[in-house]
Design a protein around this ligand. Structure first.
Ligand SMILES: CC(C)(COP(=O)(O)OP(=O)(O)OC[C@H]1O[C@@H](n2cnc3c(N)ncnc32)[C@H](O)[C@@H]1OP(=O)(O)O)[C@@H](O)C(=O)NCCC(=O)NCCS
Length: 170
């Protein structure tokens, strides 16, 4: 059963992420891109088993591409997408991804981006590295795994540095 992630205790989410990604996960470039941002409740989901135990989670974050002139292209970073190892390949990852894309389209959000396997995220949802060739990140990444997906049909591209989305004082 899928529920909003905000219904789940923070420590259960952290335990699931450790199980899916290992304890070294915090040093990953994806963590640096969204550093210190809070995840977005309306675009974050949990999967529960029959006993109500947390077996899957998907978080989304406000990030941005900062261009050389200082302007920002707001983006939504999707991930980690995590399914408990004992429950993988049961369609839970796909169901949570379907949900976030449907919610993003319904809310006409900023474009989605992620670091992930194109063999999974391209195959099922059309995420692509085509427009991300000009994007830099605060840590190492494989260019073919830096993926974007427009939710309104407008192409996603540009040049700049990925990082947390900062609301500058007016
Ligand atoms: C990757 C992950 C989210 C997929 O969720 P899941 O519930 O296990 O998988 P689903 O049931 O939704 O999808 C299964 C299908 O996707 C494919 N698939 C799963 N992970 C894949 C990957 N990394 N690359 C390519 N294909 C993949 C499976 O082969 C399967 O295809 P099939 O139906 O043709 O057999 C999950 O396995 C996971 O948490 N893995 C550990 C963390 C991780 O490596 N995440 C990478 C994403 S950043």
């Amino acid at each position: 059963m899928m529920v909003p992630l905000e219904s789940q205790p923070a420590d259960a989410i952290e335990r699931l992420l450790d199980a899916a990604f290992g304890l070294g996960r915090h040093g990953r470039t994806a963590y640096l891109i969204r550093d210190a941002m809070p995840w977005l409740p309306a675009l974050s989901f949990a999967m529960l088993d029959e006993d109500g135990e947390l077996i899957g989670s998907l978080q989304s974050w406000p990030v941005a591409l900062t261009r050389a002139d200082g302007t920002q292209l707001p983006l939504i970073m999707v991930g980690p997408v995590a399914v408990d190892p004992a429950h993988q390949s049961g369609g839970h990852g796909r169901a949570m991804m379907d949900a976030v894309i449907a919610a993003a389209r319904a809310q006409a959000t900023e474009p989605l981006m992620m670091i992930g396997d194109p063999e999974y995220y391209g195959r099922f949802w059309g995420f692509s590295a085509e427009g991300t060739g000009g994007w830099a990140a605060p840590g190492p990444f494989e260019p073919r795994r830096l993926l974007a997906l427009s939710v309104d049909g407008r192409p996603v591209d540009g040049m700049g540095m990925l990082g947390p989305r900062i609301a500058w004082p007016a």
